[in-house]
Design a protein around this ligand. Sequence first.
Ligand code: IYR
Length: 224
Amino acid sequence: MKPHDSSPLSDYIEYPAHEMLKRSENFYQEIKRRHSIRSFSNRPVAREVIENCIKAAGTAPSGANHQPWHFVAISDPEIKAQIREQAETHEKSFYQGRGGDEWLTALKPLGTDDNKPYLTHAPWLIAIFSEKKGGIHAEDKNTNYYVHESVGIATGFLINALHTSGLVTLIHTPKPMSFLSKICNRSENDRAYMLLIVGYPDENASVPHHAQIKKSISEISTFL
Ligand code: IYR
C-alpha cells in the first residue's frame, strides 16, 4: 500500500469459530423474517428511530467513500398526499398497459395494482436519491463513482436497520420517479433512486406465497 493517513482498526471483534457459526446462523434466521409488506398501520414511529437507521445506511461502503446518497424522510401528511397522487397517476397507466404484458404477468402473483394507500397511511416514507456529483464533503461537486452500486448497498443497510429495529418496509419505484425530486426539493444533481415505505404492519398484513419462494443456496451460489 502507498503511504496514506490511517488509524489502527480498533473496533473489529473476532469471534471464536463456533460463535461465528452461530452468529451467521442467527443473522440468517433474523433477516429471513424480513418481508415486503403492503398493508401498513398508521401508528407513529419515532423520528429518532428513522434517524438511527439512516445513520446506519450512511456507514455503507461507497465508491471513493463519496457517499453519493441523500435520504429524505417524510412524515408530513401533505407531502405524503402529493407523493401518493403522483405515484398513483403513473401507476394507473403502468397497470393499464404501459408496463407491457410480460411485466404485468410477472406481477400477478403479488396482487399489486395502482392503489397505493400505504403512501399516505404509513408513518414514514423515505425517498432515496443518488448524487451524480459530490465527494467526501457534502458541498463537493466532484465526480462520484459506482453511484448505483453504492446507493444500492446503502439502501440494503437501511432496510436491514429498519427490519432489525422492528419495522417493516416496502420498496416502491413508481415509473417515472422524477416527480419525487420536485416534491422533495432536490437539485438537478439528485436522481430519485427509490421510495421506501416504513412503519408497523397492519394487523391484516400478509406475505404473498410468490414472495416466499427463495432460491436455494445451490441455486444462488457456486463454490470453487
Ligand atoms: N411499481 C409498481 C409495479 C411493481 C413492479 C415491480 I418489478 C414489483 O416487484 C412490484 C410492483 C407497483 O409498485 O405497483
